[in-house]
Design a protein around this ligand. Structure first.
Ligand code: FAD
Length: 416
């Protein structure tokens, strides 16, 4: 076996130039390794540019393992502790990114430009003489004990260690086309079932089309049968196919997981989370008494979105929505309140991978060391980022996982 001499420089090949690949490359190069990033697209970091609506929510100060999911979310603890959100903020601060902490602990660059995060990463990559090879899709990784041969369309490269940081399958237009799963499986790793996460939901109810574009601050629950499984608050948006907005993306994982188990999940919307049913009933009764001879539907103008009014009344089984306000009975008001507070709709499906922000499932973490990110099957091979069976909630948790796992993988891949 070839022994690394004191003067030998370890060569590390990073497959994938996304968030986790870039930080892995930097961390390996800072340990003195000679590093190359192989990226299938024409430039690195394309997905990073799209994050946080172009603002890059790079981490979160309310870090807790409960924001992470997967078959064994605790696997993430090792990397999340070794390179935590404070180290992430310091890492980026050192590169020039002044942190800006917004609501719920979400951290952004003060410039509010994701391009600035990519710019400083690329500057550091160049400063460390890391080679970027774009338009270079990795097709195969062959262990040669010691080292590896990495095969691409345009030739092959030799390296002492390889880090697979190819991302999952979400938003393949930004590079992650699922090819990493093929590479990992071919090298003997198990995969868990993958499905899109942080994605909009399609609903069976055709009436949602009438409310396309309606936005409001509400509460959403997702559940099966009589059991609510997850609840989130925030801006909810109806679309022509169903429902969207940050709280929907957040609960989508739970709904899709249930669909994949053959169950029929529902979403329940609370349009007035700030009022109890009793308070809302009083508010509407007073409003209708005041409206007097105005038509019922018009009596709600100014309280809820106009495009929502006829749908709410239909769902409350009110046949004549033009009935005079004073003629509406208390039972009918109760029905309207029921709809506004517990508006249950059935989840039919979810939007495609193209719309998803992240991937649930992936490389089975039982085959990977949580301390080093090294494969337990192939020595010298490392994994990082979304490719692994770890995914986070909205709020900077997915990027934190990419930074933590990437940094640890790079550091260890560069060691003898
Ligand atoms: C629209 C959008 C907004 C998001 N916003 C946020 C946010 O604000 N905060 C947050 O925490 N998370 C956010 N996420 C999620 C986050 O961006 C990802 O979880 C994170 O980028 C994953 O990093 P990664 O390095 O593992 O994978 P990726 O960033 O997907 O990078 C993988 C890279 O590998 C390359 N590649 C794939 N296969 C090969 C191959 N065979 N050979 C060579 N190269 C290959 C790809 O082209 C890609 O560049 C968002 C995602 C999307 C889609």
């Amino acid at each position: 076996m070839r022994r690394l001499m004191m003067r030998d420089v370890k060569s590390v090949i990073v497959v994938g130039g996304g968030a986790s690949g870039m930080i892995a490359a930097i961390s390996a190069a800072r340990q003195g390794a000679k590093v190359v990033i192989l990226e299938r697209l024409n430039r690195i970091g394309k997905k990073l540019l799209a994050t946080g609506n172009g603002r890059c929510n790079l981490t979160n100060t309310n870090m807790d393992i409960s924001f992470f999911h997967g078959t064994d979310p605790k696997f993430a603890l090792g990397a999340l502790h070794s390179f935590d959100y404070k180290q992430t903020i310091d890492f980026f601060d050192f590169l020039g990114i002044t942190p800006k902490v917004e609501g719920e602990g979400k951290v952004y660059p003060y410039s509010l430009q994701s391009s600035s995060v990519l710019d400083v990463l690329r500057y550091e990559i160049a400063a460390l003489n890391i080679m970027e090879k774009c338009d270079t899709e990795v097709l195969d990784i062959v262990p040669t004990r010691p080292g590896f041969i990495v095969k691409t369309k345009s030739g092959q490269l030799k390296g002492d260690s390889v880090i697979i940081a190819t991302g999952g399958k979400a938003s393949p237009q930004l590079g992650s086309n699922g090819s990493g799963y093929v590479l990992a499986e071919k090298l003997g790793h198990r995969l868990t079932e993958i499905y899109p996460s942080l994605v909009q939901l399609k609903l069976y109810e055709k009436y949602v089309k009438q409310m396309k574009g309606v936005k409001f601050e509400g509460k959403v629950s997702v559940g099966v049968k009589d059991k609510a499984l997850r609840v989130e608050c925030g801006e909810i948006l109806f679309t022509d196919y169903g429902i969207s907005g940050p709280p929907i993306l957040q609960v989508s994982r739970t709904a899709i997981e249930q669909i994949s188990k053959g169950k029929s999940p529902w979403v329940e919307v609370d349009v007035f989370p700030q009022y109890s049913k009793k308070e809302l009933q009083e508010l509407i009764s007073t409003r209708l008494a005041y409206s007097g001879t105005k038509p019922l539907d018009f009596s709600f103008v100014g309280l809820i979105n106009k495009n929502m009014i006829p749908v709410v009344l239909q769902c409350a089984n009110i046949k004549d929505i033009k009935v005079l306000a004073y003629e509406v009975t208390e039972q009918q008001i109760q029905k309207i309140v029921e709809v506004l507070k517990n508006w249950r709709m059935s989840v039919k499906d979810f939007n495609s991978w193209d719309q998803a922000q992240t991937t649930a499932g992936g490389v089975d973490v039982r085959d990977v060391s949580p301390k080093t990110m090294e494969s337990k099957i192939v020595k010298g091979l490392y994994f990082s980022g979304e490719l692994l069976d770890i995914d986070g909630d909205c709020g900077g948790f997915n990027l934190q996982w990419a930074w933590s796992s990437g940094f640890i993988a790079g550091e260890n891949a560069a060691k003898e």
